[in-house]
Design a protein around this ligand. Structure first.
Ligand code: ATP
Length: 437
């Protein structure tokens, strides 16, 4: 099968010219270049994300020396080069695209879950080390057979029949991250696990224990970047994979409903952390610490998850309609916003939801107009007294007792040591409102 016309139709013209040029330079060196990986699969599927130009990263395999070829290409173009001599790979970064060039290689696994031992090989070797038949196809970029599909594992047929198939029975034991990848592609594409693949996946699920926390977390992050990650989570639960990562993880209707609501918030940057915080919402503190240790989660995400559970225990305090804005603020100010958002999504009480949203959208941004310098000019001595004044001003602003700078100045002046009171008394100190933790 020749895919030349499809390539021309789906890939942006400047990118095409670039890969043809690279292939031409390779030919002069007696080498061949192939397009590989997800892009071949998506080209065959006619995936619209290719056409809209959302996808600018391409994987190329070089039968030859990928690093030397990339160096040569970088010398004659605007590309930034990042070479990994040890792995025989190089990245060429252009303004709008990234090309990953890899020397065709053979891989062997010394033991399950270990990183593979790598040796130069042919394109066939390189395709054989891949995860699934639908990801193990290549397209030739050489002038002599430009666009020719190379499909030794019948990926095209599996695409047609909607099947996820591993390439050999040891695939999941070699690299158990493929268990998570299999389910991710299955759900993304609406496919099925091929019968033997499904059997081996279930048999080899315990091999996930051989995978480092960072690699498991990376695969979970990829799942959480899918359009509907809840489908993957639910299926992982059905297959008995989730408990292997943590016995407390669930893929039930609650997760499905809350994940859907997260997306409706339209906060794409926060999506993965919100999903993580929802995933651990039913955990005990101990379960969470085990999860954090297993996945080696980065400090900020760990904090967001811990805050989520801590705040969950304090939600009853927020279930009072009469709470003042300042009281809400002091209850919530120390928590990661993602933890507050997660609790807003998780809570069934409209009062709690309202208070959490008020904090997120308004209260956390409230600032006094006067700062320490201005207070000094008004005669407030620096030190603890000034801290108290600033806190009083902030609280009054939160509660709508002051709104303009003049209001704040009046309130601040009442704290001056020589304040006599103009027919009134000094406002009460608000230092009672200590932070929650
Ligand atoms: P997408 O980005 O759409 O999920 P992709 O196929 O481009 O798909 P990558 O994770 O970028 O996904 O991987 C590129 C290719 O590398 C895959 O198509 C597959 O051939 C191979 N690959 C990635 N991870 C593994 C793995 N754990 N085992 C074997 N091959 C893998």
């Amino acid at each position: 099968m020749n895919l030349a016309r499809r390539i021309e139709r789906y890939l942006p013209q400047p990118l095409l010219e670039l890969v043809k040029d690279i292939s031409g330079q390779a030919a002069k060196r007696g080498e061949r270049v192939y397009l590989v990986g997800g892009v071949v699969r998506d080209l065959l599927l006619g995936d619209p994300s290719l056409r809209s130009g959302l996808r600018f990263d391409l994987d190329l395999v070089v039968e030859g020396d990928a690093v030397k070829l990339a160096q040569q290409v970088a010398e004659t173009s605007q590309a930034k080069l990042l070479a990994h001599h040890r792995f025989g790979t190089a990245k060429l970064r252009y303004e709008n695209f990234t090309l990953d060039l890899a020397t065709a290689r053979k891989e062997t696994y010394a033991r399950p879950g270990a990183l593979p031992t790598v040796a130069p090989g042919t394109l066939k070797d390189d395709l054989f080390r891949r995860d699934f038949s639908i990801n193990a196809m290549a397209i030739s970029l050489a002038a002599s057979d430009y666009g020719e599909l190379i499909d030794p594992h019948h990926g095209k047929s599996d695409l047609k029949h909607g099947l996820i198939r591993i390439l050999h029975p040891k695939s999941f034991t070699d690299d158990a991250t493929r268990i998570l990848r299999a389910v991710r592609y299955e759900q993304r594409l609406g496919f099925e696990l091929e019968t033997q693949t499904a059997q081996l996946l279930k048999r080899d699920t315990p091999m996930l224990d051989t995978i480092s926390g960072d690699r498991i977390r990376h695969e979970l992050e990829l799942i959480l970047r899918e359009g509907q990650p809840e489908l993957v989570i639910k299926r992982l639960a059905e297959l008995g994979v989730l408990p292997r990562i943590s016995p407390f993880l669930k893929g039930d209707g609650w997760i499905t409903e809350k994940f859907g609501r997260v997306r409706r918030l339209k906060k794409p940057n926060q999506l993965p952390s919100l999903y993580f915080c929802l995933l651990i919402y039913s955990f005990s503190e101990r379960g969470l610490e085990q999860f954090i240790a297993r996945l080696n989660t980065p400090a900020k995400l760990s904090q967001a998850m811990r805050d989520t559970l801590h705040l969950k225990t304090r939600l009853p305090l927020l279930d009072k309609p009469s709470l003042k804005p300042s009281e809400i603020y002091y209850l919530l100010r120390e928590y990661e916003p993602v933890a507050v958002q997660t609790n807003a999504l998780a809570s069934d009480s409209s009062v709690i939801q309202h208070h959490l949203q008020l904090f997120l959208t308004k209260l956390r941004y409230v600032k006094t107009s006067l700062d320490g310098e201005e207070l000094k000019k008004l005669g407030i001595p620096a030190g603890p007294e000034m801290g108290k004044v600033l806190q009083t001003l902030h609280k009054a602003k939160l509660d709508g007792e002051v709104s303009t700078k003049a209001d704040e100045r009046r309130l601040a002046l009442s704290f001056r040591p020589d304040y006599k009171g103009r027919g009134g008394r000094r406002p009460q100190s608000h230092s009672k409102n200590a932070p929650p933790r």
